[in-house]
Ligand binder design. Structure first.
Ligand code: HEC
Length: 116
């Protein structure tokens, strides 16, 4: 019984925290931007010498139907972001909790799903 009450309390407080967590860009800039960023002077994130793996791959994947720069997307769901980050996806590496903690991942998710 105690456990049930405790886990519900945890759920409620986790929910409240993620609602209040400000969408800070710094974790995204450190861990995601190097592959998913925008390249100044490049077309659609840049090809050739300026190619960024994430931006280039998403440009090819969606052929312009969706923005290739991850932070321009407004369709990303939290569960999709966390699944891709933790499990990887083709050229996207698995990111461990020792690299990006759960709190940092929540931060990235808050940034990528920020209201616009
Ligand atoms: C080493 C380069 C690299 C890093 C670092 C990286 N990604 Fe990726 N990411 C990729 C590549 C490449 C793809 C394209 C996978 C594919 O072909 O479907 C991708 C795809 C994704 C997708 C799927 C988009 C879609 O529409 O299918 C998400 C979400 C994503 N990355 C989030 C992140 C987040 C969040 C971070 C930072 C924690 C991050 N990535 C860091 C390379 C990277």
């Amino acid at each position: 019984m105690c456990l049930i009450v405790f886990s519900c309390w945890r759920c409620a407080s986790a929910g409240a925290q993620s609602l209040q967590r400000p969408a800070v860009k710094s974790v995204f800039d450190k861990w995601c931007e190097p592959c998913h960023g925008r390249v100044a002077g490049g077309v659609f994130g840049g090809f050739g010498a300026h190619a960024l793996p994430g931006t280039s791959a998403l440009m090819i994947k969606y052929k312009g139907d969706l923005p290739p720069v991850l932070e321009d997307r407004v369709d990303l769901q939290p569960i999709y972001i966390s699944t891709v980050v933790r499990n990887g996806l083709y050229g996207m590496p698995i990111t461990r909790k020792t690299e990006v903690s759960e709190a940092d991942l929540e931060n990235v998710i808050a940034y990528l799903t920020r209201p616009r």
